[in-house]
Design a protein around this ligand. Structure first.
Ligand code: FAD
Length: 453
């Protein structure tokens, strides 16, 4: 069956929903939103675990307290979303070695300072050289401060996989402020999406009833031409539209889930395939009782191991949910992919060994574990885009640029805020504004042609 609408939006994550809202507000309300999974939210996703609501995807509202107001923070305030102020800068003073000793703060501070200096040095080398010659690569690899010991590796991991703010100005912090708030609300971070959706979609008691949103609808093919776009789904439905907005992640764009015909131009394919993807995994562990230190500046702690990123970054959830007895450990990239491929029992065994190294043999076993799999999810293929700090703006612009009637949105199209919820939210607005402009120009062209005829 075929239905024609003005715009088909592929994906109902934050960017898809914010794009739809802008279109609807501007009179383009014959839209269809096709979402592969059985829910809206995409990489904003809650789950009940150990008696509380945990966030498997985005957890923090980053960029609060600055000159400009972060629109996601505004939405959170309007919706009375429960959040906790979060500061992981002192995590570097809670670094455990394999025998459970905490590194003296002087040593930790020194290692941290060295790591920051080395990162700055590396970045400026990368910016000044194009490290394409064998010599340059060798020079970069031989930086004297290459992390080697467990504490250096742990700090390198924290700096590169979490922070970087002390190395390079990050637009989120510069524009919106450097405070971060952890979402700790039973309704989940995704509640904000329902609040946006209810301004233009038919909803009742938190449920979206509007038939312009089609869940469990996996787009597999886009056929585009000068006249319009045909969108074919896995169940064989065809949606006809004047335009399409693709809000799927950069990982999905790199995969072969959606075939686009005629194929995207070479510059577009290159920009997409050159974008790095970060895999970021939060593993939740539930315990019968607490055995870790609580109190001020103890929320985050670090495990220093000879393998970089091996169960390095830990957080207890007592500030978010007192009495929940939950720990969260964050793994990234190679370690994320490794644990995604193994059983949760194996991961639990590894995590318990690490915890026993830190807190002794007598701690209780975890009673439950939750391991999200962002990498193996064919509707995600990773957690978020990761542009090099000295990214050439052309790459983001190419990823964002429309191709004929196919428009692109999502966190990976945000020049300033890629990787964040507010980046995705603002990108949806930007893309829809560009599309509205195009629709207006198209109308003008048609009127001129008619006048001419
Ligand atoms: P998505 O949310 O991925 O939306 C795209 C939608 O497209 C999805 O719903 C998907 O199911 C759908 N889709 C895919 N393929 C198809 C198809 N073929 N047909 C139909 N639909 C399809 N950001 C922060 O600001 N703070 C954080 O603390 C933070 N932590 C994070 C931690 C993790 C583990 C992850 C994964 C992300 C985190 N982020 C964080 C990033 C943030 O979640 C994302 O930037 C943002 O949610 C992306 O929104 P989006 O609309 O661009 O994409």
């Amino acid at each position: 069956k075929s239905t024609r609408s003005s715009v088909v939006i592929v994906g109902a994550g934050v960017s898809g929903i914010s794009a739809a809202k802008i279109l609807a507000e501007n009179g383009v309300d014959d839209i269809v939103i096709l979402e592969a999974s059985d829910r809206i939210g995409g990489r904003i996703r809650k789950e009940e675990f150990g008696g509380v609501t945990v966030e498997l995807g985005a957890g923090w509202i980053a960029g609060v307290g600055g000159k400009q107001s972060n629109p996601v923070w505004e939405l959170a305030c309007q919706s009375n979303l429960r959040t906790c102020f979060s500061d992981y800068s002192y995590a570097r003073y809670n670094i455990y070695d394999r025998s459970g000793k905490i590194f003296p703060s002087g040593i930790a501070a020194d290692s941290y300072k060295k790591a920051v200096e080395s990162a700055i040095q590396r970045l400026s080398q990368e910016a000044n050289h194009d490290a394409s010659t064998a010599h340059d690569v060798a020079v970069l690899a031989e930086t004297p401060s290459t992390p080697k010991t467990p504490i250096e590796l742990a700090i390198d991991f924290i700096l590169h996989d979490f922070e970087m703010a002390e190395v390079e100005p990050i637009s989120t912090y510069v524009d919106f402020g450097d405070r971060e708030f952890l979402v700790a609300d039973d309704r989940g971070y995704e509640h904000l999406l329902y609040k946006i959706a209810e301004t233009f979609l038919l909803t009742s008691e938190g449920e979206i009833l509007d038939n312009r949103l089609k869940l469990n609808t996996v787009v597999r093919e886009l056929l585009h031409s000068r006249n319009g776009v045909l969108v074919t789904t896995e169940d064989g439905c065809v949606y006809e539209a004047n335009y399409v907005i693709l809000s799927v992640s950069i990982g999905v764009l790199q995969s072969n889930l959606i075939s686009i015909r005629p194929p995207l131009p070479r510059w577009k394919i290159e920009a997409i395939s050159n974008c790095d993807i970060m895999v970021y995994t939060k593993i939740f562990l539930k315990f019968p009782h607490k055995f870790w230190p609580c109190g001020p500046e103890k929320e985050f702690f670090i495990y220093a191991h000879e393998r970089r990123g091996y169960y390095t970054f830990w957080q207890h959830m007592e500030n978010a949910y007192p009495g929940s007895n939950i720990l969260v450990v964050t793994l990234t990239n190679g370690e994320s992919k490794r644990i995604e491929a193994q059983s949760d029992e194996e991961t639990l065994r590894e995590a318990m060994e690490v915890l026993r190294n830190m807190f002794g043999p007598d701690i209780p076993d975890a009673t439950d574990i939750l391991v999200p799999r962002w990498w193996n999810n064919r509707f995600q293929r990773g957690s978020y885009s990761n542009y090099p700090i000295y990214a050439d703006h052309q790459q983001v612009n190419d990823i964002k640029a429309p191709v004929g009637r196919v428009f692109f949105t999502g966190e990976h199209t945000s020049e300033k805020f890629s990787g964040y919820v507010h980046g995705a939210y603002l990108s949806g607005i930007d893309t829809s504004k560009a599309l509205l402009d195009e629709i207006r120009k198209d109308k003008e062209r048609k009127t001129e042609n008619q006048a001419f005829l």
